[in-house]
Design a protein around this ligand. Structure first.
Ligand code: KPL
Length: 298
């Protein structure tokens, strides 16, 4: 059985696309153990609507692959509850945005097969019971801990039963950084300016800060040994994604609009912390972090 921890858009996408008899959700610790299966309508890329019903697992003893699709800030607590109940050899694949939560999990359970995934699949829930697979992309999966190194291929092959494009990734950290750069350059600006991704490109606040932000990120990436890249190239990557997702509401703007805690601590906040550790000033990341925090509940 493939257990899915986190019943947001991404968790529901995997649950809908994996073979029906192989996927089930792990409930929150405080959930009613007799809760009925999770039911929702899944709208495929082609626009077909399918009714999905997946059970909540009462125990995790039969989980042979665990997908963790919780928000970055909820991940450690969710795993502290569930991992002692999951068999030791079960690979755990982390799908969190940003960085920081993945390293924290790998540090807490170095002897477990912990993997991380970076995905560009797009899914959203216009209403709680309706999941739209809005755009397809690629998903890369790679090992974070040593025991996971021999598990990457089998995890990828099980996830490939969805029909999505899933790849093994030898160097998952640089891959997670690629997404972090895009999120750091789009998400806080859209949240602060309360606009869809594409509208950023002409806004003064974005134009005033984007070059300095990219300089900070390029310095951090070089110091971390991730990639030596010119700030202008990072700006181009950010602007390309903003144009390609012009009508999207970023996940951070979505969180603010719904009154939820954002993932800022794992995106620009992560970069601030890293700068402090490395002695690299990050005033723009700090400014964006502070402004987003002023907008969201803590
Ligand atoms: O990943 C995203 C997010 O919203 O978190 C982007 C790429 C910015 C698309 O909206």
């Amino acid at each position: 059985m493939i257990g899915i921890l986190g019943a947001g858009s991404l968790g529901r996408l995997w649950a809908a696309l994996l073979p029906e008899d192989q996927a089930a959700f792990l409930p929150r610790p405080d959930a009613d153990p007799a809760a009925p299966p999770l039911r929702y309508t899944f709208e495929s890329l082609q626009g077909d609507e399918i009714n999905v019903s997946r059970p909540w697992l009462g125990s995790a003893g039969d989980v042979t692959l665990l997908l963790v699709t919780t928000k970055a800030g909820d991940t450690l607590a969710a795993l502290r509850h569930w991992l002692p109940r999951v068999p030791e050899p079960t690979p755990v694949v982390l799908f969190q945005n940003g960085l920081g939560s993945q390293q924290a999990v790998a540090k807490a359970w170095p002897m477990r097969p912990i993997l991380a995934a970076s995905t560009t699949e797009g899914a959203n829930r216009p209403t709680p019971d309706h999941l739209i697979h809005a755009g397809t992309g690629d998903t890369w999966v790679g090992a974070l801990t040593r025991p996971a190194e021999s598990q990457t291929c089998s995890a990828v092959s099980r996830l490939s039963t969805t029909g999505l494009a899933i790849h093994t990734e030898e160097q998952i950290l640089p891959r997670l950084w690629q997404k972090l750069v895009v999120n750091a350059g789009i998400n806080p600006f859209t949240a602060i300016l309360d606009c869809p991704n594409g509208d950023l490109l002409t806004q003064n606040f974005f134009l005033e800060h984007i070059d300095a932000l990219c300089t900070e990120i390029a310095e951090l990436m070089a110091a971390e040994g991730i990639e030596r890249v010119a700030p202008a190239e990072l700006r181009q990557r950010i602007e390309t994604v903003a144009r390609n997702t012009a009508r999207n509401t970023s996940s951070m703007r979505g969180d603010i609009l719904k009154g939820r805690t954002t993932e800022i601590d794992f995106i620009n906040g992560y970069l601030v912390q890293l700068g402090q550790r490395l002695g690299i000033p990050t005033p723009v990341n700090q400014l964006l972090t502070d402004k987003v925090k002023q907008l969201s509940p803590q």
